[in-house]
Design a protein around this ligand. Structure first.
Ligand SMILES: *Cc1c(COP(=O)(O)O)cnc(C)c1O
Length: 359
């Protein structure tokens, strides 16, 4: 199977080989050194400030989102949240569950974020802002600079879910003044699922210090204290942390995060050009694309039927959509270990489906 989904994605040989090994004991100086190296490389690739801290939580990306809310926000906050798809909706559900006062900014599926959306909230006493940098469900890459400027003007604490965009689109955490950034191991990090990576800027560290977290397992005070010596409070997903280390070093050896972003961008471009070249009956449904994924509306067949055909008859996974977009949108990812040859194979499958009159 070739995997064109947005996670879990295909891993490199080196990363896969680590998964085949015995899991080592981890309360050792060697494992601590690996964890501190992971922290340094993550900070470097996200362009985080020197005084930021990184934690590796054993949970999926959503666990990172909940951890950020439980540790950095309280009932005294008044938050704004962008909701333009299922991951924005998840932030809304989490804020509701944890009883954080908030206002939702609804963005229509496929639409870019513009200054118009933020205007009504200038000078309204908000204290925090939550957003996806890339709303993976609709494939819309939001203008985080616009939100960053809004937050700086209004003195808001900014939490950014970069889960599907870290290492595929440019991001400068320090320049943007982001308080918390969250990513996951199975997206562009191209490792198995199981680790949420979070970077906390000094304003986030202060909030963690002053807040009470009502969950021991996700308490960032404990995670931060342990990470000072490259450890975790509980047994982490040890192998995945070793795989993350191999992957980060691989990226570093191949020219760093900018080269990796460029690699992803060129795959996206290759695929999008092929769609035009062969005049395939798919419309791109996002006003603002990330390099991570191409969201497509098939004009002649059901998106879910195409997903099933490609899986069952051609041995490839494209990424289906759920809910109201099930039959109207499918996505093709550009993260993980893919090559232009893989896209040629996918295009051939689409051409074959067209020849058979299916699309
Ligand atoms: C994948 C993803 C998540 C959730 O990640 P899980 O690992 O499935 O919990 C959250 N936000 C965005 C933007 C994502 O792409």
């Amino acid at each position: 199977m070739i995997n064109f989904t947005v996670g879990p994605v295909q891993s490199s040989e080196t990363v896969r080989a680590i998964g085949a090994e015995q899991v080592p004991y981890f309360r050792t100086a060697e494992f601590s050194a690996t964890m501190l190296e992971n922290e340094a490389l993550i900070k470097k690739f996200a362009k985080a400030s020197e005084d930021s801290k990184v934690v590796f939580m054993t949970c999926s990306g959503s666990g990172g989102m909940e951890t950020a809310i439980m540790n950095c926000l309280s009932k005294k906050d008044k938050a704004l949240v962008i909701n333009g798809g299922s991951f924005g909706e998840r932030f809304v559900e989490l804020l509701t569950l944890h009883e954080i006062p908030f206002t939702e900014i609804k963005v229509e599926h496929g639409k870019a974020l513009t200054a118009e959306y933020l205007k009504p909230y200038e000078g309204q006493g908000y204290t925090a802002f939550l957003m996806q940098k890339h709303e993976t469900s609709t494939g819309v890459h939001y203008d985080v600079k616009l939100v960053s400027d809004f937050c700086k003007r209004n003195n808001l604490f900014l939490i950014v879910d970069t889960i599907s965009t870290f290492l595929c689109d440019p991001f400068n955490m320090e320049e943007l003044g982001v308080g918390v950034m969250i990513t996951g191991s199975q997206k562009a990090l191209a490792c198995p699922p199981g680790i949420a990576v979070m970077i906390l800027a000094p304003d986030a560290l202060k909030r963690v210090e002053e807040n009470k977290c009502c969950c021991q397992y996700l308490d960032l005070k404990l995670a931060l204290k342990n990470q000072e010596r490259g450890q975790t409070p509980w047994t982490p997903a040890v192998s995945i942390l070793l795989q993350i280390n191999a992957r980060l070093k691989e990226i570093e050896a191949n020219g760093g995060e900018e080269a990796e972003i460029e690699r992803c961008a060129s795959l996206a471009k290759y695929f999008r050009n092929k769609l035009v070249e062969y005049n395939l009956p798919f419309e791109i449904v996002s006003e603002s694309l990330s390099n991570a994924v191409t969201p497509l509306h098939p004009t002649t067949a059901s998106a879910n039927d195409i997903f099933l055909k490609i899986k069952d008859e051609y041995g490839m996974w494209i990424c289906p959509n759920g809910g109201s977009m099930k039959d109207t949108v499918f996505r093709v990812g550009h993260i993980g270990f893919l090559t232009t040859k893989d896209y040629d194979q996918l295009i051939d499958a689409f051409l074959d489906l067209r020849k058979k009159g299916f699309i």
